[in-house]
Design a protein around this ligand. Structure first.
Ligand code: ADP
Ligand code: MG
Length: 571
């Protein structure tokens, strides 16, 4: 390793960096990966008043990103300026900084993008006869001219970081990059249902929203028609001390539409998709007691606050929002969501009490394990069924929020069990020589499936059942890309999937364990589950997710022979 000059005795001079070097350093801050470029270009298109925005990718956006909009374009004489650093049409004097209405204003994105990749920018204001093109190669303008094009702008970005190999190495495999882009476009599509978004990757459409202004249709286009239809509208305005004001709108899904991850829960502040731990927590708290633990609600919560009470520029990429009156806003959000849920429950069930989680998962029960508890006071329990082993969670469950990639292990051999019956269609009550057992049926079944699947996969004989009729599964763009990323692991488990143009996959065959169910729906749930399992050990996560999906749920009635079969398998 080279010795730092300062240690070698002679102090290097302080110098002002040459502009290209400064531009490259700045580029690194704005642009990390294709998703950050897409975010900037989409925001520019929205600032230009676009009603239609199309994003297409090749090689996950590392090879090509193309963003087309029908916005107001850039007049030919101003085009060269757009690529200068700190060149913007959105800010004139420093005071404007405090009342920025546009998404951009730093005037840095285009300069950073041309420093990081090759760019062709074609643009035509609606009143011009022809389009103007500006070309950049290796960070330098290499010419331009006139071209024929429809009104609006098209930005084509090629070979990201080709001249910066150290940065290029940090990029992930193409599909992972495409997924990050899909997340960005999805966020904007729910934030702006008045704009039609289209995302295509490798020539196939992954997402297309109608742009009709209706939140439900944007949501349905993204997360599937099931969720779009049942959304419960939110509304509420509040004002508080110190000029605090907030309006909440949007819609949330009823509790039974819970998801394995937070991908279908969107937060929009002043028409900008953002994240905020506090606000997400306040939404989830409104569902307290209605969702199985570890499951998440779906919906889009729009929040409007006065522009000077929000700072969305805390972090240039992550859009983590900072609110001046955060607790006040969180309270309003919680209230609006809770009210929507109460209203819906009153209509359907006569109150929230009647509304119980429809599909309790294994991890929803405190320390849930196949054998969760003996039905007698702990002190009276025979030693063999000691609760100690049950109370201490296995290491993979110990960390709160840690993804569980395998069902909990049965920590000791079970004695022969005789089924006595079912409790609340959720637990099996069984008798053994040394006591009474209460068993979470879902967890138990999941465990049985998991072991069998692992065994079958190792032996290379996982069975698949071809569908008589190919099923079309409408899926979120991120889910399609997830399936394609894990294709091999899915095939090994019996899935046979085919790509199609549109936000969907074709299902030709399903794992036998899932045969007989609604293939489209079960695939969507399966992918949700797989995503929640996390990135680690993908092949095993695929097995774990399948075991979970294949298992009986809480609420499923099992007759005595079925109970006996499950208990025997568990032993
Ligand atoms: P900023 O968005 O912060 O102003 P950018 O570098 O992203 O900075 O863009 C520079 C300028 O180029 C913008 O202020 C805008 O005038 C113009 N511009 C960029 N993209 C578009 C577009 N798609 N349509 C119209 N004008 C655009
Ligand atoms: Mg911009």
């Amino acid at each position: 390793m080279a010795v730092a000059p300062s240690l070698a005795g002679e102090r290097p001079r302080i110098r002002v960096l040459p502009p290209e070097v400064a531009a490259r350093i700045a580029a690194g801050e704005v642009i990390e990966r294709p998703a950050s470029i897409v975010k900037e270009l989409v925001e520019n298109a929205l600032d230009a008043g676009a009603r239609r925005i199309e994003v297409s990718l090749e090689g996950g956006g590392v090879d090509v990103i193309r963003v087309r909009d029908d916005g107001h374009g850039i007049p030919p004489d101003q085009l060269p300026d757009a690529f200068e650093r700190h060149a913007t049409s959105k800010l004139r004097v420093a005071e404007d900084l405090f009342a920025v209405q546009t998404l951009g204003f730093r005037g840095e994105a285009l300069a950073a993008i041309v420093a990081a990749a090759d760019v062709d920018f074609t643009t035509r204001p609606p009143l011009e006869d022809a389009a103007a093109v500006a070309r950049f190669r290796g960070g330098r303008a290499t010419g331009g001219g006139a071209a024929a094009a429809a009104p609006g702008s098209t930005v084509e970005v090629r070979d990201l970081f080709a001249s910066l190999p150290a940065r290029r190495r940090f990029l992930r495999e193409g599909r992972a990059e495409a997924r990050a882009v899909a997340a960005v476009v999805t966020d904007w599509a729910v934030a702006r249902p008045d704009v039609a978004f289209r995302l295509a990757s490798e020539g196939r459409t992954l997402l297309a929203t109608p742009g009709d202004g209706a939140l439900a249709s944007a949501f349905a286009a993204i997360h599937g028609p099931d969720l779009g239809g049942g959304l419960l509208p939110l509304e509420g305005t509040r004002s508080g001390e110190d000029g605090a004001r907030v309006a909440v709108s949007g819609a949330v899904a009823p509790p039974e539409a819970h998801r394995a991850n937070r991908r279908a829960l969107h937060l929009v502040v002043n028409r900008r998709a953002v994240t905020s731990r506090t606000l997400l927590a306040s939404i989830e708290q409104a569902y307290a007691g209605l969702l199985p633990a570890g499951r998440h609600p779906a919906g889009v919560v729009h929040i409007e606050v006065p522009a000077d009470q929000v700072d969305v520029n805390v972090h240039p990429q992550k859009a983590e929002v900072r609110l001046r009156h955060e607790r006040f806003v969180a309270g309003a959000v919680h209230g609006a969501v809770r009210r929507a849920l109460l209203d819906a429950a009153a209509r359907t069930y006569g109150g929230l009490e009647g509304w119980r989680p429809s599909a309790v998962t294994a991890d929803s029960l405190p320390g849930a394990r196949p054998v969760i508890e003996a039905a007698r006071p702990a002190s009276e329990l025979p030693r063999a069924a000691s609760l100690a082993a049950l109370e201490e969670p296995p290491p993979d469950l110990a960390a709160p929020g840690a993804a569980v990639s395998a069902p909990p292990a049965v920590t000791r051999a079970l004695p022969p069990l005789r089924p006595l019956g079912q409790l609340d269609a959720t637990y099996l009550v069984a008798e053994a020589a040394d006591g009474l057992f209460v068993i979470d049926q879902h967890a138990a079944h999941e465990r049985v499936h998991y072991e069998r699947l692992l065994e079958a996969r190792t032996a290379g004989r996982v069975e698949s059942q071809a569908l008589l009729e190919v099923a079309v599964a409408p899926l979120a763009a991120t889910a399609v890309l997830l399936a394609l990323t894990h294709r091999e692991a899915l095939v090994a488990l019996g899935w046979e999937l085919e790509e199609t143009d549109g936000a969907a996959l074709l299902v030709r065959a399903v794992p036998v364990a899932l045969a007989g169910r609604d293939a489209a729906r079960v695939l969507a749930e399966y992918l949700d589950q797989l995503e929640a399992e996390g990135r680690r050990a993908t092949a095993d996560a695929a097995v774990a997710a399948l075991a979970c999906k294949a298992a009986v749920r809480a609420g499923d009635r099992l007759d005595l022979p079925q109970q006996r079969a499950l208990l025997e398998a568990l032993e």
